[in-house]
Ligand binder design. Sequence first.
Ligand SMILES: [Zn+2]
Length: 364
Amino acid sequence: MPSSLRRTALALLCALAPALACGSADEVDEAEAAGRAPAPAAEDAADDYLAAEDEPAAEPSEPELPASQLPFTALATIAAADPARCSATLRDDGDGTILTLHTGDSLGDDARIEAIERGRIVIRRGDRLEALALPRAAVRLDDPLASWSEEPDADDPGVLVRGVQLGPGSHYAIKTPNHAWGERAVVQGIQRAITLYSRRARGGPKIHVGDLSLRGGGHFPPHLSHRSGRDVDVGYVLKGPQADDLRFRDADRNNLDVARTWALLESFIAAGPVRIIFVDYRIQRLLYDHAREAGVDEDRLAALLQYPRGEHFPGGVIRHFRGHRNHFHARYGPALAGASAAATPTPTPTPSATPPAGDDDDEG
Ligand SMILES: [Zn+2]
């Protein structure tokens, strides 16, 4: 009787998401039928790691089936006599989405769930059956793929239908104008952000705007996203000899103008409609130290920055993603739930400027 396996599965369900309705009547029934109290909530799932334990994944009486090569990882199964009450929780390894599926559900073109058993999912592909078992190794659920990545969001159309081109401006330089097409609201948001920034942080180098999208959008190598005019790369504000170099340069504590960069990021968020901004975690640390020193309160820091809660923590408009040491990447779209406090403009004074009072209310 793989009770520890079942406990792991229940703890895993508790750890996943409120939407998975931990403690539902089904689950309690099942635990009571097994003569035990329901498993406690996620205590077993310490440190974001969930281990499938060293026990056979399936009852010994079940027939051996070839292991499925489909790109899914089984995370939990709930088996019941009635197939309608069975469910399986899987991670789509392609994009990190976590799904709860039932008997009969599709897993792609030629695959569907034939049955859900304790510890394994039986999949039918054409006329053959294969099995996806709970893995024995730990499954890391805080992988950035499970929350955000530089890949397009699920609601990204992949093309840019009525795009507009970001034109020249007095406070910024565009690296490649042919790569500077975006949705109108995005282009206007960028312009508002840089105008706001230039009023807050007078002086300093021009802002370096990198790629948005191609005219018409679509696949834009080497970017994973930047397909639909909702993404823009922007250089950090640097000091010293690299400050006016249009090429993106790695930033660190020696060359980053941290006060101006913080003002720039605050301006992008205040000008909206920014969904998320990717900034390397080490740079987040420099920004955090600066902002704290400048008197930004903890609630606002937590709304703006993922730091210091770990580079996989799913909070803060500004998040870590690899490849963002020499520029940040702003993705436009409706704000994330819980991030609204971040959009309240309470500009942090920069050493060289007295910020004007709320001046970002020109809707576009
Ligand atoms: Zn980018």
